[in-house]
Write a protein that binds this ligand. Structure first.
Ligand code: SF4
Ligand code: SF4
Length: 671
């Protein structure tokens, strides 16, 4: 449709647009690829199928609480796809008059209908997001308002300018109406009476206006959070194929830097995440640290990392590690990184599957292992772990003292047991934890399960030390435990602690190749061990009729999902299945439950630090329990139990009891 001169100018504009888009994109790719290697392309076909289904079905944005915003995002997403295709058509139309990508096919008719439908939906979506951001102004949206404004105005004008073009295109060539109901109606209403010269003039003005707006926006996209359209989609392709609760193993033997000191210590995937972030703030809304007024926002961790990457672009692209400032030197603060409970709420809600926890724990590792900088109260914790392998520092030889008189076998004295009952530190030394251990013993004995404990040969599983950044201590304890399992010929483990469960189930296996001193047979036998949380085993025993529960407890129960059991490991059904079998008891879910549960505040090793900033997280969770007015709050983690117990006591609500599910079952066991 353009003259030869017009085509020449248009070709130059296209080249300028492509360069304007590609130059910043290449700069960002160079920053990302400066990171450490990370194997993220295994099972590529499965990854592609999974990411495509998340993107095309918009499962990524519809998966969580913000369902209404999710639908608005769907409008804009499909609108963008439709208009991107139309922009290609529009561009080619500049060179070939009356060009229509889909010709006179059925799909061509359908597509012309969809363009008008999505023009309306995109305008609705944009107005919704603009209203939300600039009128309602939630904290989650606080970053880069200027960028948002440019995006909303650009999308609005691009859509309107397309409609302007469509109206005059139909007036100019009535056959191009096809099923464009809106353009057709507006063309008949607005252009009636206009001369063909005026219509032609508007047709060309509208064409140029629309294409220049589109090209201008294309050049802007790499500098904006709208870039998540590309980086976020790629992020979904290369997401972790390991469970959310599993931290990557640190190769202590072959590393020069332990943990993260500078941005170049992160993997390329860690450096991709900030560019994938759409700054939606879902992670911040879900974060218990942010909700309790601590100086941590998972969104700001990602946002500040992106600002730093762009500010230090030349050091990243030239891999100049010496020229880079340390991340804890102004990019992040100690109060931020030591406020994380590793609850996983941020990662669970993130539409583009950004991985916040490994970044935060990596920084803790750098602080602990390279700088010896950590909250003062952890001195005692690390010392106690090193000397007695438990956080309280109680003599390790007393580890089986809780079982006195219970007729519990020690594996060291017994040639075989079907199950190892992994008691854990809380189950061995904490007064409330010991009650859980005794309760589980009575259940196992009632079901005639052949089990034994390790006693003094059991060490801490290492979860807290690991999440507090002391990978060295964790690996030492893990190696000793794996050897103890091998020596005792352990085949199946039951644990009352979700942290132990998560560590054995996911993290020890990843560590095996990094423990050169561990005998190969010990590694092989560990790989065959079956790991069970006690809720799984109790549910199975009830299902199989190996234990029965008495009826008649007239109690209102509620259940607190432990982050490491529910969200990190998906064990959500089993505890509810058990509670449903307690006849006569009524059950009420907490507002934040299942995979959306709110942390008790003890995860990430924070059980062992002082919570001096903001509100106490356990008080916030306790408030939720108090408003449900149960007789009994049931837990399935000794740390959660302690935190809720303390919270209810602090709030003078001790008439609401807190018990582990094993205690409730043990009390309800029928003869
Ligand atoms: S893991 Fe939990 S506490 Fe840590 S940043 Fe994410 S939501 Fe916040
Ligand atoms: S990290 Fe994920 S959830 Fe958080 S703001 Fe970015 S895209 Fe949203």
């Amino acid at each position: 449709m353009l003259s030869p001169l017009g085509k020449g100018i248009f070709a130059l504009i296209i080249l300028a647009t492509i360069s304007g888009f590609l130059i910043p994109v290449i700069q960002r790719i160079r920053i990302i690829t400066s990171g450490q290697p990370d194997q993220r392309f295994r099972n590529l076909a499965r990854r592609m199928a999974s990411s495509l289904s998340k993107i095309l079905l918009q499962r990524c944005t519809l998966k969580n609480e913000r369902v209404f915003s999710g639908f608005m995002h769907v409008f804009i997403f499909y609108g963008a796809l439709t208009f991107d295709t139309m922009s290609l058509n529009h561009t080619l139309e500049g060179f070939f008059s009356d060009f229509y990508l889909f010709g006179d096919t059925g799909f061509g008719l359908f597509y012309s209908l969809m363009v008008d439908v999505f023009a309306v939906l995109v305008l609705i979506g944009v107005l919704f997001f603009a209203f939300r951001r600039f009128v309602i102004r939630p904290k989650a949206y606080a970053t880069t308002p200027g960028d948002s404004l440019i995006i909303y105005v650009a999308l609005f004008l691009i859509t309107l300018s397309y409609m302007y073009f469509e109206i005059f295109a139909i007036a100019h060539h009535p056959e191009s109406e096809r099923l464009a109901f809106l353009g057709g109606y507006l063309a008949r209403s607005l252009t009636a009476g206009l001369s063909s010269a005026v219509i032609t003039q508007h047709f060309y003005i509208a064409w140029w206006l629309h294409i220049l707006l589109v090209f201008g926006f294309i050049v802007y996209v790499p500098h904006s959070k709208y870039f998540h359209m590309f980086a976020g989609s790629f992020n979904l392709l290369v997401n972790r194929d390991t469970p959310m609760g599993e931290l990557p193993a640190l190769d202590i033997e072959n590393s020069e830097v332990f943990g993260i000191e500078k941005g170049l210590d992160y993997t390329w995937k860690d450096l991709l995440d900030p560019f994938a972030c759409m700054e939606c703030g879902r992670c911040q809304d879900a974060c218990p640290a942010f909700a309790s007024d601590k100086p941590l926002s998972p969104k700001m961790i990602i946002y500040n990392l992106k600002q730093h990457l762009l500010q230090s672009r030349s050091q990243y692209t030239s891999k100049d590690r010496d020229g880079l400032k340390a991340l804890m030197d102004g990019v992040f603060t100690p109060d931020e990184i030591w406020s994380c409970t590793t609850c996983g709420a941020c990662m669970h809600v993130c539409p583009v599957e950004i991985e916040h926890i490994p970044k935060i724990v990596g920084l803790r590792q750098g602080q602990v292992l390279m700088e010896s900088k950590f909250p003062g109260e952890l001195n005692a914790f690390f010392r106690n772990m090193e000397t007695n392998s438990n956080p309280w520092g109680i003599g390790f030889s007393d580890r089986a003292a809780w079982a006195e008189g219970l007729n519990v076998k020690l594996l060291s004295e017994s040639s075989h047991a079907d199950y190892l009952f992994w008691v854990g530190c809380a189950g061995s030394f904490d007064e409330e934890g010991k009650k859980i251990s005794r309760a589980l013993v009575s259940i196992l004995q009632k079901a005639r399960i052949d089990f034994a404990i390790l006693g003094a040969e059991e060490k801490c599983c290492g979860d807290s030390a690991r999440r507090l950044g002391n990978e060295y201590l964790y690996q030492m304890q893990a190696a000793e435990n794996i050897l103890a399992f091998h020596n005792a010929k352990v085949q199946r483990i039951i644990t009352i602690c979700p942290h132990g469960y998560n560590t054995f189930k996911h993290e020890y296996s990843a560590l095996l190749p990094l423990l050169p001193d561990l005998p190969a047979e010990a590694k092989e036998s560990f790989a065959r061990i079956e790991i069970n949380h006690h809720t799984q085993l109790i549910a199975e025993l009830l299902r199989e009729g190996r234990i029965h529960l008495n009826s008649g407890k007239d109690l209102l129960l509620t259940y607190h999902d432990s982050c490491y059991l529910g969200r990190h490991n998906g064990i959500i059904r089993e505890p509810r299945e058990i509670l449903a079998r307690i006849e006569g008891a009524k059950f009420k879910e907490l507002p934040q439950c299942r995979e959306h549960s709110f942390c008790c505040g003890a995860g990430g090793g924070l059980m062992w630090t002082e919570e001096s900033l903001g509100q106490r997280i356990n008080h916030m969770r306790t408030d939720e329990i108090i408003s449900a007015s149960p007789d009994l709050a049931v837990t399935s983690c000794p740390f959660c139990q302690t935190m809720l117990h303390d919270g209810l006591k602090d709030k003078d609500q001790s008439h609401i009891q807190v018990k582990d599910i094993a205690q409730l079952v043990a009390e309800s066991l029928a003869d």
